[in-house]
Design a protein around this ligand. Structure first.
Ligand code: ZN
Length: 105
């Protein structure tokens, strides 16, 4: 360990010229989501129901209600793929500011 811990918050922010503001990035852990091959498990988790909260890098698949996770926080217009039910989704912002996913047909 020769990493300094002082600026880890700084260094975890990535900038993309296409974005209005830098996106936060997230470390993803294996959630034990067994419906997909092991290398993809960290990108999905089961919604825990009442009391569960979505992080800025998580959206719920409207088809199978699985939580889809990303290394970066989601923004409206992001395309995501739900491997458990093979749906192609796009992230949309609701009037109350919440991010949700809509199915792309
Ligand atoms: Zn799904």
């Amino acid at each position: 360990m020769n990493e300094t811990t002082l600026d880890t918050a700084e260094s975890s922010i990535v900038t993309s010229s296409a974005d209005a503001a830098p996106r936060r990035t997230f470390e993803l852990d294996d959630t034990g989501f067994k419906e997909v091959p092991k290398r993809w498990r960290k990108f999905y988790r089961h919604w825990q129901g009442a009391g569960d909260e979505l992080a800025p890098n998580e959206v719920i698949c409207p088809v199978c209600k699985v939580v889809i996770r990303s290394h970066r926080e989601f923004r409206p217009g992001d395309r995501v793929y739900c491997m458990p039910c093979m749906s192609r989704l796009v992230v949309v912002e609701r009037p109350d500011g919440r991010l949700e996913a809509d199915v792309l047909y």
